[in-house]
Write a protein that binds this ligand. Structure first.
Ligand SMILES: Cc1ncc(COP(=O)(O)O)c(C=O)c1O
Length: 501
């Protein structure tokens, strides 16, 4: 990898840590201290892992990347281990193990339906890979015409933007500079002609963590005769899903069940006619060479052998979340959100994106921020390599929203588009995102705040990082130039392109 180098003290990028001033590499960030586990709401698999840092020590990993993917709850890993001896084909075998597997799968389906606010009389749960697949399935199944309008918002993740553009005409609810929009703005979009057929909206932003006023929005859509598709990928791990949504999509890997399953819930009638998105075995009752009788829902939309292990995992996580209770989860995460967002907002040289702390707009325990004068990828690389803190950086698969939060307009975007088409990602704008979950502690938040404070202070003082970092033009990512366990040049491939959109 050749690329742009942020020189560390000594300025020679090839010799890594030996160019840091003597004896300062450890002292710079303090000794590796054990994290106080007391305020954590739940232990998660891998929660006590230690990771190598540039000072040569190992630190307890601080996972602040729950909005990307969550580690498994122990109850989930245990349920999967207990199920594995019984693992067999689903709806495809007469053997006892197949019966057990089929039972487990159907039990998971019923749990997913209830968790997603579905009505067993009216709705079906289709088990799929993740939210992206669920929304793609649905856009195909709604039998929309290209002229039909789907009202969506500029806050959406690409998963709830791009699939709609393939099958219909999109209309967008714009956001304010703080990344929020009002109920009135949604109503204006609902009233505009031609009237939309569908409102596709996120339950929570994966960038700013903002929670739109969903109940009111869903009511307003229904008053205008518009059905609501809820992208619950970010909402589902943190708050109950509103019962009134017509369609719900979510991912198990964001819900402490990282075994490759997700769910799409919606009225049985939507899936009772027409061809499914995927054609194949398991979705049919009778096939001859030029005619097919499709199965009834939900099987009609589940062609191919299903992911029963993922379904078992998702059921276990939903049950465990039920045991922990929404009250405890919401209280725990509200405290974390306050501490993290207020804390970042108070650091000189740090700009928090989205609604400011103290505003009326509620958010998840998620914070997207930029540090003045420091590339977002370098902030993330330093947090990882020097402090053992895992965050995400980049545009978070929500490019239109991030450009708005950063105050960048079409001219900037055109410039980045040209550079990206040439394979150069160095100047891609972006932010750093820290996101919390069940196991997050206040001590972990404080570690993040301390580290960001130092990075911002370094930038303000013009102080170089303790080691040089090199940027890969092809990915935009930074990598420390250090020959240490976990951070040698040979290990770079594992760290590349961590900001994919
Ligand atoms: C709000 C939102 N919607 C949809 C998705 C897509 O989820 P998946 O990658 O599991 O399909 C994500 C993932 O980050 C998300 O945050």
């Amino acid at each position: 990898m050749t690329g742009h180098v942020i020189a560390g003290p000594g300025g020679n990028p090839t010799s890594g840590l030996s160019f840091a001033p003597a004896n300062t590499s450890v002292a710079l960030h303090g000794a590796a201290e054990p994290i106080d586990p007391a305020p954590s709401l739940a232990r998660l698999v891998g929660g006590d892992l230690r990771v190598p840092c540039l000072d040569g020590t190992e630190r307890q990993y601080i996972n602040l990347d729950f909005a990307a993917s969550t580690p498994a709850l122990p109850a989930v890993a245990e349920a999967v281990t207990a199920f594995m001896p019984w693992y067999s084909s689903v709806h495809r075998g007469a053997g006892f193990k197949s019966r057990r597997s089929t039972d487990a799968y159907e039990s998971a389906r019923a749990t997913a339906l209830a968790f997603s606010g579905g009505d067993p009389e009216r709705d079906v749960a289709i088990i799929c890979r993740n939210t992206t697949e669920a929304i793609n399935h649905l856009t195909y199944r709604l039998a929309l015409d290209r002229q039909d309008v789907v009202l969506t918002t500029v806050v959406e993740h690409h998963a709830n933007l791009l699939p709609w553009g393939r099958v219909a005409t999109r209309r967008y609810v714009e956001c304010e500079t703080d990344g929020t929009f009002t109920l009135e703005a949604v109503i204006a979009g609902l009233r505009d002609n031609p009237r939309p057929k569908i409102l596709a909206i996120t339950g929570a932003s994966n960038v700013s963590g903002w929670l739109p006023p969903l109940d009111d929005i869903i009511d307003a859509a229904h008053e205008h005769g518009v059905r609501v598709v809820l992208d619950a990928a970010q909402l589902a791990p943190h708050h109950p899903i509103p019962l009134a949504a017509d369609f719900v999509a979510l991912s198990g890997h964001k819900l402490y069940a990282p075994y490759g399953s997700g769910v799409l819930v919606g009225p049985r009638s939507t899936f009772a006619e027409g061809e499914p998105f995927l054609a194949g075995g398991g979705a049919v009752d009778l096939v001859d060479l030029d005619e097919v009788v499709w199965s009834a829902p939900p099987e009609r939309d589940e062609a191919g052998s299903p992911n029963v292990v993922g379904a078992v995992a998702m059921e276990a996580s939903m049950a465990e979340i039920g045991r922990i209770g929404w009250g405890s989860i919401e209280a725990h995460e509200a405290a974390l959100a306050n501490r993290m967002r207020e804390g970042l907002d108070h650091i000189e040289g740090v700009r928090l994106l989205g609604p400011p702390p103290g505003s009326q707009a509620p958010t998840l325990a998620v914070a997207a921020f930029v540090v003045d004068g420091v590339h977002h990828a370098l902030v993330a690389a330093r947090l990882s390599a020097e402090w053992g803190i895992g965050v995400r950086h980049g545009c978070f698969c929500a490019h239109p929203y991030l450009m708005r939060l950063l105050g960048l307009g079409p001219t900037h975007v055109a410039l980045y588009r040209d550079e990206v088409r040439r394979g150069d990602h160095r100047n891609m704008p972006g932010a750093v995102r820290a996101s919390c979950g069940l196991s997050t502690t206040t001590a972990e938040i404080d570690s993040l705040l301390g580290a960001v404070r130092l990075i911002a202070a370094d930038a303000a003082a013009g102080t170089a990082p303790p080691v040089p970092y090199e940027q890969d033009p092809a990915t935009g990512d930074f990598w420390p130039v250090a020959n240490l366990p976990g951070w040698s040049a040979a290990e770079r491939s594992a760290g590349t392109s961590c900001a994919r959109g």
